[in-house]
Design a protein around this ligand. Structure first.
Ligand code: NAD
Length: 480
């Protein structure tokens, strides 16, 4: 069986532990390759390589670094089909989604930050008659990037690209559940001419190699995307070492629909915002609030469309939903559907596992599920499920829906559907979220700040925010 490898000091290598763990294909439930079960020893070797590479990489001009990162972006594009197939197989998502969203976005992430860095400038503050301050923004040194399984290469590259562009050396760990495209990235980095040691990719579990990255004293900053409880642990570990931290965590996002919305646009977008990537996008709107006069019309049309949604093997071009990422995750989602019933909810469509024909009969396929009749503050409506499950709830007033929308511990994103411009501004201002879409969902401009409030995280990614995170500011004053 194929064994994937770590990528350290510009070369593929085996883990020092000599151990491997299974990598399972979600669509079949079968092991299809082995991944390194790396440990603290591997982190040390990667840090040694990064330390040697740092003066070379940070000493290059931003134009030279930019050229290499553009080649990296073009390298992914040149291997597009290989990356697309690998992402879909590893994660269970439809091939069509990996081809339209995941891999093109990884290409854009590298291209975007490769070009951003050559436009990056720092401030100067003049003090009249006294002197001038100017700010230097220098790379931090060695940084750690840890990413989750839901958008594997998309989120991996969203961290690595700005870190590298700013002149840092990176120790990166993809999720052990979806390691494959990060593995392929090593080859592209070699082809692009990235100097050895600048990007090191270690595979393995969070509590071993992930923890060793967070604890290593020479890794000065951690950019993490994943679950809120993991984020809390990382914050506790890294804070006493005074590491810079960016934490992008969970969500339980509201999708608020007013009766004056464009119904057709809202309906087709709400299908996507509920179930894209099997509902496994941190920005999915899993709590749908509908103004009461529209409730019955929405419910009928939505349930009809959801019940016709095609759940199929990822490579089937008709597949709108593929498999969820793992057996434990499938079981977690199913347990929340049971909880919703215990809490008094009614399953309007879905609510069960789908058994497809061989060889997919042991795959982790779930029907998209819509539940109504739940209180806004029950566990189903407060806890992150992260699967193809949404609840629908009517509301009467703006005040009421704001209260319900803001009632969770999370605050990542929100979607608003209305034709009333003043209401859109009013509500957008009041919602506890880092990102609000009005009459849209998942429209992403890479220059904008991305991140959440409350238990959805600390810090912002995207544009200058990311370049600021991956640099240290130093102010210099010169007397006239
Ligand atoms: P997770 O927290 O289990 O794992 C994320 C990554 O952290 C993995 O690489 C994992 O191996 C690693 N990890 C786990 N324990 C660690 C530890 N103790 N020290 C260091 N690293 C550790 O999350 P997941 O299940 O992979 O991803 C799903 C979660 O990610 C959801 O909660 C989702 O909302 C969140 N997410 C957030 C965003 C965002 O931008 N806010 C985006 C995507 C996903």
């Amino acid at each position: 069986m194929e064994k994937i490898k770590n990528f350290v000091n510009g070369e593929y290598c085996d883990p020092t532990t000599g151990q491997y763990i299974d990598n399972i294909e979600p669509a079949t439930g079968k092991v299809y390759c082995l991944i390194p079960n790396s440990g603290a020893g591997d982190v040390q070797i990667a840090v040694d390589a990064a330390e040697k590479a740092f003066p070379i990489w940070s000493g290059m001009s931003s134009t030279e670094r930019s050229a290499i990162l553009i080649r990296l972006s073009e390298g992914i594009e040149a291997h597009m089909d290989e990356f697309v197939q690998a992402e879909s197989r590893d994660n269970g998502k439809p091939v069509s989604l990996a081809a339209q969203v995941d891999i093109p976005r990884a290409v854009s992430n590298f291209h975007f930050f490769a070009t951003a860095i050559v436009h990056y400038a720092s401030e100067s503050h003049q003090m009249e008659g006294l002197g001038v301050n100017y700010t230097l923004r220098k790379p931090i040194g060695i940084v750690g990037c840890i990413s989750p399984w839901n958008l594997p290469l998309y989120l991996f590259s969203w961290k690595i690209a700005p870190a590298l562009a700013a002149g840092n050396c990176v120790i990166a760990k993809p999720s052990e559940i979806t390691p494959y495209t990060a593995y392929l990235l090593g080859k592209v980095a070699q082809e692009a001419g990235l100097p050895p040691g600048v990007l090191n990719i270690l595979h393995g579990e969070g509590h071993t190699v992930g923890d060793a990255i967070v604890k290593h004293p020479k890794i000065k900053a951690i950019s993490f995307t994943g679950g809120t409880s993991t984020g809390k642990y990382i914050a506790q570990t890294a804070a006493p070492m005074f590491k810079k931290l960016s934490l992008e965590l969970g969500g339980k996002n509201p999708n608020i629909i007013f009766a004056d919305c464009d119904f057709d646009d809202m309906l087709s977008t709400t299908l996507r915002s509920s179930f894209a990537n099997q509902g496994q996008i941190c920005l999915c709107g899993s709590r749908i609030f509908i103004e009461r006069p529209l409730y019955e019309k929405f419910k009928e049309a939505f349930v009809d469309r959801v019940s016709k949604t095609v759940v199929a093997p990822p490579m089937d071009p008709k597949a709108k939903l593929g498999a969820v990422v793992s057996k434990p995750h499938m079981e977690k989602v199913l347990s929340y559907i049971e909880l919703a019933k215990e809490e008094g909810g009614t399953v309007l469509t879905g609510g069960e596992r789908v058994i497809l024909e061989e060889p997919y009969d042991e795959g982790y396929f779930l029907r998209p599920t819509v539940i109504e009749g739940l209180a806004f503050d029950c566990r189903t409506n407060q806890e992150e499920i992260f699967g193809p499950v949404v609840t629908i709830t009517p509301f009467d007033t703006e005040e009421e829906v704001l209260m319900m929308a803001n009632s969770t511990q999370y605050g990542l994103s929100a979607t608003l559907w209305t034709s009333d411009l003043k209401r859109a501004h009013r509500m957008a201002n009041e919602i506890d979220a880092g990102i609000v879409w009005v009459n849209a969902w998942l429209v992403r401009d890479l220059r904008t700040p991305f991140g959440g409030v409350k238990a959805s995280g600390v810090g912002r990614e995207g544009g200058w925010e990311a370049l600021r995170f991956f640099t240290e500011a130093k102010n210099v004053f010169i007397k006239y």
